[in-house]
Design a protein around this ligand. Structure first.
Ligand code: FMN
Length: 434
């Protein structure tokens, strides 16, 4: 029976999406994020809640457009420091059996051969529980850190097509059954079953035998979060799951329709599985939940909100009058994120201050504020009406935010027959596709 799927979004830093959560007296992430036990606790809770997986969002460099905003980003611990989630996954996998792990790896800076090797290593070690969030990078600082020039929006996706083609060829060239390990014959690998990749594309080349065999789920699952027209067609072509960010139900429904159309145009047999970002803020009463939300919002300093927002839209906002309307903004960074963000204000053009503060609090995601019952009602409505596959949940103050959801909302959804009570299979693919 179809049911709602959930992934938990996390960032390997003192915060996830909401700025300054580390300063909340109840928060542990700020103090403990370099301690494996903190993340292992989250992994256990999420497996108890029968989440499909964890989704580690990640960018590379300090996301700031100017020196002043870089200092604010550091001072306010805004995704800074940010460690490499590849290293964290084995710790979390070692205390769970079914939970999947999505990890972000950019097509900028890591050649496809190395991406396939790193992801395949993790996928084998976890018994087939890894997904790759394919990003092309959009923040200018990421390219500068790598000594690269940021290509235009659409050509980043064009280059990524070559990148994906090399990955598919490497995956196809080393099936799992090539490992025969025949002691009698003294043959470990059947060389006839391992192919060599010879690819000369417009942007990339690869000439190699793959060195990592497929895992129990074949290749890693693929996540993608392109939201623009070009981004969505890339996602519908390649992804097992698309991460969408839409502020309202109407926009979610339209996005699912657009993803369906993109899937058809790409000749895909199944409908794309769309996951929408949501941020629940749960209280024992609605008033308590609202008070939590306003405490979170009050803590966000406009400076840090501005620097992160400026990096996302690719503009240095330090000298701008913050009460001017955010008009005529175009971006070579993330078109999808900017248009979702503007949609929050339902046609009204927000001031730069309003937009930045909204971004700093919620990252443009719908916030579901209320009791567990109220949050479950909203999730059920979003799921039924938009026809999405599930949701990527963004936490606030952690680990309580994850615990509130798993212990409060999950049992209600389960009682309504909307969530699994046990995993369908062992691999991430088995569970996400179920
Ligand atoms: C919900 C969502 C999550 C994203 N997460 C990441 C991320 O973790 N790391 C990253 O480098 N880019 C991330 N991106 C950026 C996208 O991968 C993409 O590069 C960007 O949105 C530009 O493409 P677009 O204009 O097609 O949306 C995210 C985008 C969205 C919408």
């Amino acid at each position: 029976m179809p049911h709602i799927h959930f992934n938990q979004v996390l960032v390997f830093s003192p915060i996830t999406h909401t700025q300054m959560t580390w300063a909340d007296p109840g928060d542990r992430q700020g103090a403990d994020f370099t301690t494996p036990g903190y993340w292992q606790g989250l992994a256990r809770t999420l497996e108890r809640g029968r989440f499909d997986g964890v989704f580690f969002a990640d960018t590379l460099a300090l996301p700031a457009e100017s020196q002043a905003s870089a200092a604010d980003t550091m001072a306010f611990g805004s995704y800074f420091p940010r460690l490499d989630p590849f290293a964290l996954i084995p710790y979390m996998a070692s205390v769970t059996e079914h939970l999947g792990f999505g990890v972000t790896l950019s097509t900028a800076g890591t050649p496809p051969f190395l991406a396939v090797r790193r992801l395949g290593t993790l996928d084998n070690l976890t018994g087939g529980r890894v997904a790759w969030n394919v990003v092309t990078s959009h923040v200018r600082n990421d390219f500068e850190a790598l000594g690269l020039t940021r290509p235009d929006h659409d050509s980043r996706y064009d280059q990524a097509e070559d990148y994906m083609e090399i990955c598919y060829r490497l995956w196809d060239a080393f099936p799992r059954d090539a490992v025969v390990a025949d002691r009698e014959k003294g043959v470990y690998i059947d060389p006839a079953r391992v192919g060599k990749v010879d690819f000369d594309g417009k942007y990339m080349k690869c000439h190699a035998y793959p060195v990592v065999m497929n895992s129990p789920q074949g290749r890693p699952l693929i996540f993608q979060a392109g939201q623009s027209g070009r981004g969505l067609s890339f996602a519908a072509t390649h992804a097992d799951a698309i991460y969408g960010l839409q502020p309202r139900l109407g926009a979610m429904t339209k996005f699912v329709e657009a993803a369906d159309a993109a899937g058809l145009a790409a000749g895909k047999p199944d409908r794309p599985r769309v996951f929408f970002g949501l941020q629940p803020i749960i209280g024992g009463t609605e008033a308590e939940a609202r008070a939590k939300r306003s405490a979170l919002a009050k803590r966000v300093p406009v400076k840090t909100a501005l620097s992160r927002f400026g990096a996302m839209i690719g503009a240095d906002l330090d000298d701008r009058d913050l009460d001017q309307p955010l008009a005529d903004v175009t971006t070579n960074a993330s078109q999808g994120l900017l248009s979702a963000m503007l949609d929050v204000f339902e046609g009204r053009v927000p001031s730069i201050r309003e937009a930045a503060l909204h971004w700093g609090t919620s990252y443009g995601m719908p916030q579901l504020v209320g009791t567990p019952e109220q949050v479950a009602d909203q999730i059920e409505t979003f799921w039924r009406q938009s026809r999405c596959h599930g949701f990527n949940i963004s936490p606030t103050v952690n680990p309580t935010s994850v615990e509130d959801f798993v212990d409060g909302v999950v049992p209600i959804l389960r009682k309504r027959g909307l969530m699994r009570s046990d995993y369908e299979g062992r691999t991430f693919r088995d569970n996400l596709h179920a």
